[in-house]
Write a protein that binds this ligand. Structure first.
Ligand SMILES: C[S@@+](CC[C@H](N)C(=O)[O-])C[C@H]1O[C@@H](n2cnc3c(N)ncnc32)[C@H](O)[C@@H]1O
Length: 306
């Protein structure tokens, strides 16, 4: 096929049967839903990738993706093209305020506690877990230095994770971060770029994980699970299953923070809704004393941040 063959072509249309096949494959493997309205997005993404690897048509590409090891490798590239990785530092400030006051209360109510574990689920290119890490480092400095934290960060996209591990961001992204964090946790590198300092980077461990495989996830006893702007891509029933798995991975008294409006009519015997207006969060209720602490934290967060 001549090299410029594809560049002369518009993305061909998927017929209904093909579209259903692709929809089913994506839903089964990633949970992602491609609605009829996003069909042309799918056509364009598939076509661009097929051009790059010189595959002639949708059926041949489907065949390639669903067979053998090379199919698995190609799959991870395609998934990266189809997922939305938009993110930013401290994206939803009220949720970060809530995490801060929750962890501060854990330290206050459990003076012997030395460590907190946090998990950013669907961490994209790292802005969210590094925001959590900055928040925790800052908090520990303000209460008592002799405490530790670890952030686990997972995502489906390997290229996003590779970028996250590097921890290098454009000046445009970094300039929106409060100065106190910018000064302490970033250093200039290259042209108009900033790198997260190694000391903070080392507190965050990145790994690949599909939220459809949470049953097999080794993460347990998390003090904070932070999952935002990920559930929006799933069907309602799947959302509920994912959140239930996450709830089961909370430590007693642990906090699960979801994006506001991302989950409806879900409940789980282990958790209670966290009393807070502008966040959507749940608290594992095993520890009765934590209920008082919970409401105290919510009040403090509201007082401090209006
Ligand atoms: C819009 S980003 C959200 C990033 C960050 N949580 C935030 O709120 O800014 C959604 C992320 O979810 C990831 N994702 C999509 N489907 C996934 C799945 N099945 N398992 C794990 N991560 C997934 C994407 O790769 C993407 O990085």
């Amino acid at each position: 096929m001549p090299a410029d063959f594809w560049s002369l072509q518009q993305a061909p249309k998927l017929d209904q049967k093909q579209f259903l096949l692709w929809q089913e494959l994506l839903e089964k493997r990633t949970g992602m839903q491609i609605s009829e309205q996003r069909k042309s997005f799918l056509e364009t993404a598939l076509t661009l990738r097929m051009r790059e690897i010189s595959v002639a048509d949708y059926d041949a590409y489907y065949e390639q993706l669903t067979s053998g090891l090379s199919g698995e490798i190609e799959w991870s590239t395609l998934v990266d093209r189809l997922t939305v990785q938009e993110t930013s530092f401290f994206r939803h400030q009220p949720s970060f305020d809530l995490v801060r006051s929750h962890v501060r209360d854990l330290f206050v109510h459990q003076p012997n506690r030395r460590q907190v574990n946090l998990w950013s689920v669907g961490c994209a290119t790292g802005e969210e877990p590094y925001s959590l890490a900055m928040l925790m480092d800052q908090l520990i400095r303000s209460v008592d230095g002799n405490r530790y934290f670890g952030v686990t960060a997972t995502d489906l996209s390997l290229p996003a994770l590779a970028k996250a591990r590097k921890g290098v961001y454009s000046a445009r992204k970094v300039e929106r971060i409060p100065q106190i964090y910018r000064d302490r946790y970033f250093q200039p590198v290259g042209k108009a770029q900033f790198e997260i300092i190694a000391e903070l980077r080392n507190q965050v461990s990145f790994s690949r994980m599909n939220v459809l495989d949470l049953k097999a996830a080794p993460m347990l006893d998390m003090d904070v699970i932070y999952c935002q702007n990920l559930l929006i891509y799933f069907k309602n029933q799947r959302k509920k299953e994912i959140v239930s798995h996450l709830a089961e991975r909370l430590a007693p008294g642990g906090l699960l923070v979801i994006g506001v409006g991302e989950l409806m009519e879900w409940s789980h015997p282990r958790v209670v809704r966290y009393a807070s207006d502008n966040t959507l969060a749940f608290l594992r209720k095993d520890d009765a004393n934590r209920d008082d602490a919970k409401n105290e934290s919510a009040k403090t967060a509201r007082r401090e941040h209006g």
